[in-house]
Ligand binder design. Sequence first.
Ligand SMILES: Nc1ncnc2c1ncn2[C@@H]1O[C@H](COP(=O)(O)OP(=O)(O)O)[C@@H](O)[C@H]1O
Ligand SMILES: [Mg+2]
Length: 244
Amino acid sequence: MPQEQELHGGHINAPVLVDGTVRRTPTPRSPYIRRLLDHYAAHRWPGAPRHLGTDARGRETLTFIRGLVPWEYDERVAADDSLTALTRLVRTAHDLTAGHELAGSGEVVCHNDLTYRNTVYHDRSGQLLPTALIDWDLAAPGRRIHDIAHLCWQFLHLGPTCDPHWAAHRIRHVADAYGLPREDRADLVPTVLWWQNRSREGIEQGAASGNPALTDLCRRGVPQHIRAAQEWTTTHSEELSALL
Ligand SMILES: Nc1ncnc2c1ncn2[C@@H]1O[C@H](COP(=O)(O)OP(=O)(O)O)[C@@H](O)[C@H]1O
Ligand SMILES: [Mg+2]
């Protein structure tokens, strides 16, 4: 019997490592996610895990991507080169799905959970450079700006510990590195607020209907933490948008 090793850094699916591959419990959305990962594989894009099949216990088997996944926020993920490489990864993921049937009536397929805990990095002389995006469970058709706003919220750690002037420069850097169209930029900070609201409500509603993973997030104070980030973003929204 191969040994199963717990993988840290996730709160929802609790995947394990077996024989050098990742095993995840399937969800109703797994067939769509599998088609998406197969689409990236067909384009030889190395920025996402490969779907390898289903194991004897009915779990999905994915390639394990070697590198470093920060479980806790590490400010190096907001450094210039790191953010530039990240936005290029996201841009490629989006461009590969633009106009494809996987994107349905959306502009592209969005990852919808872009955060450092779902990003594999390489440590290059102390610099963290992203190489792949993992945890595609929430991927769905959407607008490019949805992922860019989520990315800004998470990788810049927008919230009470953040300097709004610094954050405004970083947001501009992300928008430029991605090539976000001028006409979309005014929507960026409102979309961060939309995500914060949606995420908090999703956790609270899921916990209220008995979902154990979301109940655990509530027990650890995550909704209050998101609410504080939301209040901070509202207070500073003008300054955060000023350079866009
Ligand atoms: N394909 C993969 N390659 C490398 N590490 C992975 C991979 N899949 C998961 N992990 C590790 O397991 C952790 C939890 O996996 P994730 O898919 O994010 O689950 P959850 O849905 O619980 O957030 C990640 O933060 C990462 O450290
Ligand atoms: Mg995750």
